[in-house]
Design a protein around this ligand. Sequence first.
Ligand code: ADP
Ligand code: MN
Length: 292
Amino acid sequence: MVHSGKKLRRKKKDNDDRATISQVFDTYTRLIVARLINNRVISGLFGCISTGKEANVYHSTDGKHKPLSADVEAIKMPKNKENIASFSSSSSKAPIDSSTVSEYAVKVYKTSIMQFRDRERYVEGEQRFEKGYKKHNSKKMVQLWCEKEARNLMRLYKLPPSLSINTPRVIAKKEHVLVMEFIGKDGIAAPKLKDAAPFLPHTRLVKLYWELVRAMRTLYVHGRLVHGDLSEYNILYYKKKPFIIDVSQSVEKDHPMSDVFLRMDIHNVTSFFMKYGVCVMKRKRLFDFITA
Ligand code: ADP
Ligand code: MN
């Protein structure tokens, strides 16, 4: 079959569009987002906070406080990468009055399979999830990651106040879309520890280190979890406190690899604070302190 040049160009363009959009916003994802809006869980998807390998994170607000028509506008299909990044800044800026409206972060897991290969070791050996985990079904796989993140967050959030760890509260979870409390204000997300640290006084960094030591122990002893990807990238600095995020890969402490993951977490946190001249515990001692 012979295609005209124009047809071919259009076909190529369609494929390009699909390639970028399908990274997150395939039809199925849009449907889920639309449902969350229709059910007034969220008001739309506003600024893109982060585009990662495995998920994108968007800013949103409580759906009960906004008119529906404007919200639906916000999830119109973006035409290209740039539009995905600036998603709603063009179509609808959320008129945020932070005194009455709760702000949310919406984490949309990517449904493409590639990035999830190296994650198998986190799920294998974990009874809670092993059964539902099908290597060859990428849709199921991302849903499981999202489910894992939601469950882990909820578990941490439920700890009594005396043992509290600062994490975002889960608002809703639908398939591979997680709606959680927004750590930040007026659409501005709290900085990662990595970005905040250069501006913090030494005494604050010392405090943060010890708060994180305590948080790692609480996570282990009372949350029965090892984060598994704890570092200055997955800790947000907000209201002078460390907030722990990104717990989709966290494992039960009786997971066969949990010690390995805990040593990695300890290594990351320790070397980060050492870089800033904080007097830190020996890694081995910290490991014993957390697991004792
Ligand atoms: P990943 O690293 O897999 O892309 P994360 O859960 O770490 O996903 O989120 C990516 C980024 O999005 C974070 O570094 C942070 O800047 C932002 N983010 C995630 N969750 C929230 C939240 N609840 N509130 C504010 N910002 C968030
Ligand atoms: Mn992360």
